[in-house]
Design a protein around this ligand. Structure first.
Ligand code: NAI
Length: 219
């Protein structure tokens, strides 16, 4: 199927479709209509149809979509039909938590190595993966086929480390450091700021509380 340029908003919604479809598949459900999926996911059926139309509509015929087919197609679009080896730079609290998360492997993301500047961590293991000193980074990247680097280090060192990663062939960085990385074209960076999500929650909570206060004043 030919793929046109898809908006990041649509791409951002695909993992959620995948999660729901995975659950339906595990429950043995073979077909689902956009209306049923809409009720389950609390998004409009027209949004679902619009999203899926970006990819040719996934051949809805008769009664609904074929769950197994849709699951595999969305997975393929997200690049989950191939393995992605990844390393983690920064073996602190966050780096270790990510390294310990086994579900990444189920999605084809294989944890291959971990690096840290702290000499006391060298040689320790996280889920069977050895923590290495940063001096070994270049050699490791030359010897291993690494697609993704996860940056869980303070912002001070992040730009320099990103430069070393890119110079040695890493083409995707999952950046948790609170700094913007200037990378050459062709290198993908996905910035994650958990506090953004928390602030959104804070906004929605305060708005809800303010509305309730107003309602009780006017009652
Ligand atoms: P941590 O202090 O437990 O771990 C940081 C680790 O990075 C340490 O082991 C340290 O030795 C290592 N390190 C420092 N500079 C390095 C470098 N240049 N190269 C390799 N290793 C280096 O901190 P934690 O809690 O794991 O957080 C890591 C970073 O991620 C922090 O800077 C924090 O601000 C950030 N963070 C970001 C979040 C987000 O949502 N984006 C959420 C939580 C933390």
């Amino acid at each position: 199927m030919e793929e046109k340029e898809i908006s990041q908003a649509v791409i951002g919604r695909l993992p959620r479709y995948l999660r729901y479809l995975g659950e339906l598949k595990d429950e043995g459900i073979e077909r689902i209509s956009s209306q049923e999926l809409s009720e389950l996911m609390k998004v409009t059926a027209s949004q679902i149809r619009q999203d899926f139309n970006n990819f040719g509509g996934f051949g809805q015929q008769g009664y609904g979509y074929n769950v197994e087919y849709l699951y595999h197609e969305i997975g393929r679009i997200l690049g989950l039909d191939r393995r992605h080896n990844f390393i983690i730079i920064g073996a602190g609290n966050l780096g270790r938590a990510l390294g310990n998360y086994i579900n990444f492997e189920r999605r084809g993301f294989i944890f291959k190595g971990m690096f840290d500047t702290n000499p006391q961590l060298a040689g320790r293991e996280v889920r069977g993966v050895r923590i290495m000193p940063m001096e070994e980074l270049e050699q490791f990247l030359q010897d291993n086929d690494i697609d993704i680097a996860v940056l869980t280090i303070p912002k001070t060192g992040a730009v320099e480390v990103a430069g070393r990663l890119v110079k040695n062939g890493v083409r995707a960085i999952w950046n948790f450091a609170h700094v913007d990385l200037n990378v050459p074209e062709g290198v993908q960076v996905e910035n994650v700021h958990l506090s953004d999500s928390l602030m959104k929650l804070s906004y929605n909570t305060s708005r809800y509380m303010k509305e309730n206060e107003r309602d009780s004043e006017t009652a």
